[in-house]
Design a binder for this molecule. Structure first.
Ligand code: PMP
Length: 341
């Protein structure tokens, strides 16, 4: 991954991570009078923004000498980080063991198995529960480190700052270069916080007064934290991969100028519209991000350039957010074109 253009031959998939396009979102821009730009992270080899974190975490562990040739990478993930780790692991000769909450889509689980990851499904319980997928994966990594002939590491994406370093070193400079430095605001949702904190820190190095927003789904605690200083969650969301209840190591040191809370009823129609009218097939967290970018644009006023993240590809969620029966069961809006399918 480097900044020397996309036309040369890539030396394997590792080299094809990053340097994603920045796409002007037509309706969002017209509606707000701003330039709303989406960083097309679904165009990474693993079809999500998490390829960057996976690569940086692996490279960092190799550099430190904790991940040895033929070693095993263990991680708790909503899916996308696992897919990135599995693909990069295959390319570099590491085995992956992935712990995933059973509530995540079948499509992501199928992709993980297809990529050769060993998959362990656990009940979706809160972080404070010792059987939470993150804690489970940490314990499993310790066990495997003893047992595996080539050792094992815990990727620990939530509290391993190699994750946000990937965005400081690649995503932020790419956005800066692609906009020619004309970027007034950046906003996205948080899973680990690697993307938001890393891009914010990287862009603030170039432009101190850039406005940083967070688009927080319902059920997460960060909106209340950044707006009122209190980690407090309310409501629920069908989004996957985002929604955090604590200040992870990746979020430490981040200041947020504009916090927004984005309900599914607002985010999903944005994602549906992007597919129907702009041909962008995206997951629900991208809907939260673009809805957040629209809110930030309205707050900042016309004439600004606001960047957000198009996190992953929509086919990963066909059984949920693009499934009329699922949406109806959750009492969520079903777009007309989808209802006729
Ligand atoms: N969207 C999706 C679909 C994801 O899987 C994730 C990562 N879990 C995110 C957004 C959030 O990214 P980050 O972990 O960098 O906060």
């Amino acid at each position: 991954m480097n900044a020397t253009g996309s036309s040369r031959i890539k030396n394997g998939i590792v080299d094809a991570i990053g340097n994603t396009p920045l796409i002007r979102l037509k309706k969002a821009s017209e509606e707000t009078g701003c330039d709303i730009l989406g960083k097309a992270e679904f165009m990474n080899p693993g079809q999500s923004v998490k390829d960057r974190a996976a690569l940086f975490i692996i490279q960092d562990a190799v550099k430190r000498g904790t991940l040895k040739p033929g070693g095993t990478i263990v991680e708790g993930t909503a899916g996308n980080t696992g897919i990135g780790l599995a693909l990069v692991g295959n390319a570099l000769g590491f085995r992956t063991v992935i712990v995933i909450p059973e509530t995540q889509t079948q499509e992501k689980k199928d992709m993980l198995r297809l990529a050769g990851a060993e998959l362990i499904e656990v009940p979706a319980v809160p972080y404070k529960d010792p059987n939470n997928y993150v804690k489970y994966s940490g314990r499993l990594a310790e066990e495997l480190a003893e047992k595996e002939p080539n050792g094992a590491i815990w990727a620990n994406q939530f509290d391993n700052v190699a994750n946000r370093e990937g965005h400081i070193q690649t995503t932020a400079p790419e956005i800066w270069e692609q906009t020619g430095g004309k970027v007034d605001g950046f906003i996205c949702a948080v899973g680990t916080g690697g993307t938001l904190a890393g891009v914010a820190m990287g862009l603030r190095e170039k432009k101190k007064d850039i406005v940083i927003g967070i688009a927080d789904p319902m059920g997460a605690a960060l909106y209340n934290y950044y707006a009122h200083g209190e980690l407090k969650a309310e409501g629920t969301s069908i989004t996957e991969g985002i929604g955090q209840g604590r200040i992870t190591a990746n979020l430490e040191g981040l200041s947020v100028d504009e916090p927004f809370q984005i309900p599914d009823e607002e985010a999903l129609p944005v994602a549906f519209d992007l597919l129907e009218h702009e041909g962008l097939c995206l997951g629900s967290s991208s809907g939260v991000n673009v809805a957040g970018a629209i809110r930030l644009a309205k707050k900042m006023g016309p004439g600004h350039t606001i960047v957000t993240i198009l996190c992953d590809y929509g086919t990963r969620y066909q059984s949920k957010m693009f499934n009329p029966a699922f949406l109806k069961e959750k009492g969520l809006p079903v777009p007309q074109w989808l209802d006729t399918k």
